[in-house]
Design a protein around this ligand. Sequence first.
Ligand code: GRF
Length: 194
Amino acid sequence: MKKSNGIKKVNAAVFISGTGSNLKNLIRFSLKKNSKFNINLIISNNIKAKGLKYAKEFRIKKKIVNYKNISSAEKSILIILKKSKIRLICLAGFMKILSKNFLKEFNGPVVNIHPSLLPKYKGLNTHQRAIDANEKFSGCTVHYVSSKLDSGKIILQKKVKILKKDNLNSLTKKVLKQEHLLYPKALNKIYSNL
Ligand code: GRF
């Protein structure tokens, strides 16, 4: 916990594998007065992740982890989390599954954002699957991470209407816009007692 402007904030790490629009949005939110968290560390399994550029832009420590061997990857992540005094992990498009052991070893909440109304459409290609199934609604969910894929306790969810004219691209954009509103809100909710 760190005091900035007299407000207690939780040290968080964001794990990414790709674009990092949620990462950028969380960083921006974290700089606001009413944010309950700071982003102190960015972790990626992918050296080519576009989102890594935000480390430089916002002067945040980054660590790229070689995932050839999962157990040594997780060990090195746990070490840097400890060094950086991280108390909260936010997964944002991180394409690796964290092991049971990792979740046990890390002493704090691990949270993920998923682009569907869980428990519907766990896993990948959620938008296309929702369109193909003629769903009237899709959306996004922020949830705690458990050892089962996309199955932990839900923190917040936001519905998005699927229109007849929607396609993969338009639905992805619409949901992502809501993700950017939902994720910071959900993180602040976890720490509403601070
Ligand atoms: C988001 O749709 C998120 O819900 C999913 O992966 C995507 C990541 O997008 N888990 P970005 O890298 O944050 O732009």
